[in-house]
Ligand binder design. Structure first.
Ligand code: AKB
Length: 319
């Protein structure tokens, strides 16, 4: 049973929503928000403990775990796909060295569990794009994707060979309203809502017809908590579960937004880097394994996501 949890990357799109959910479940004082560059949201900063931690240094992580009785860790600190291409040395330090530091620190301090999200980025052009199986050819061509495969393989290695309980899901592009994502390829799906609410229009950097797996943030948070709490005896996989929810291309999202904002207009100005990355990722994932091993079921489809997103983001932006 996890009792005292450390979350790295606490200021990010996922951390800002995972931490309130974990605090509600485990108690405010038992969930520590670890951040480095970006400031925490007020909600996270005001409701429980936090600390500044640099994942590129192993000793401070280890010390913090020991001094504060941490028994579990969610490692969310990572550069997303576009940000990683823009700064390769930093991406190596954070996504590769940071991950190793967390795993080694977890072993040295006897942590009970480490959860590390993977991504649809762990797949590549050679992967079957429709209903991508849990086990298939991966070979990603983005730096971020390579670091995600590394994380999956290291997580499975640490479980099998070192005895550390590492778990993870391959998240689709995440749509959320509390904190904007930064430096991802799937960010357009969030940006489109900001454009619709502020100006009634949005210029999309991906081509029409670019299908990608997407997920509304409450489902992403649910998948991370459920995989962490799943009965180990039922798990045949560890750091590499496909989780699926919805897939759409930009025009379908625009049509769904137009049902709430009738004058909304989506135009296109293709960014070659982000298009290249998106073209290498799946259209949809087969998540049978997660459904069978720990009962995964998403709650939101496209329409339910757009309704909730539109309502919450309008309230946030317009008051
Ligand atoms: C990105 O676009 O880089 C991320 C992801 C799919 O992991 N949102």
């Amino acid at each position: 049973m996890m009792k005292r949890i450390l979350v790295t990357g606490a200021a990010g799109q996922l951390g800002s929503e995972l931490i309130p959910a974990l605090r509600e479940r485990y108690g405010n004082d038992n969930v520590v928000a670890a951040w480095r560059r970006t400031a925490l949201t007020d909600e996270v900063a005001d409701t429980g403990p936090s600390t500044q931690l640099d994942v590129t240094e192993q000793q401070p992580i280890e010390r913090y775990i020991r001094d504060n009785g941490i028994d579990s860790l969610y490692h969310l600190g990572s550069l997303l796909s576009v940000a990683a291409e823009a700064n390769r040395p930093l991406a190596h330090r954070v996504n590769i060295i940071g991950l190793l530091n967390v795993l080694e620190a977890a072993c040295n301090t006897g942590l009970e569990r480490v959860v590390i999200p993977s991504s649809i980025a762990a797949f590549g052009v050679d992967t079957p794009h429709d209903n991508t199986p849990n086990e298939t050819l991966q070979r990603p061509t983005s730096l971020y994707g390579i670091s995600k495969v590394f994380g999956e393989l290291m997580g499975n290695y640490f479980f099998e060979r070192v005895g550390l309980d590492v778990r993870g899901v391959r998240l689709p592009g995440v749509v959320s309203w509390k904190v904007e994502p930064g430096g991802g390829t799937t960010d357009y799906a969030v940006d489109a809502f900001y454009g619709a609410i502020r100006e009634g229009r949005y210029t999309c950097y991906l081509r029409p017809g670019t299908y990608l797996p997407m997920m509304y943030v409450p489902d992403a948070i649910k998948s991370l908590i459920e995989v962490a709490e799943a009965d180990l005896a039922r798990l045949k996989h560890h750091a590499d579960y496909n989780v699926n929810s919805m897939s759409f291309e930009p025009e379908e999202l625009a049509a769904a937004i137009r049902r709430r904002v009738p004058h909304f207009e989506m135009t296109y100005d293709i960014d070659p880097l982000r298009q290249y990355i998106a073209d290498s990722w799946p259209n949809s994932l087969d998540d049978t394994v997660a459904r069978e091993e720990w009962g995964w079921r998403p709650d939101y489809d496209l329409e339910a996501m757009v309704d909730d997103m539109y309502e919450n983001l309008s309230r946030k932006l317009l008051g």
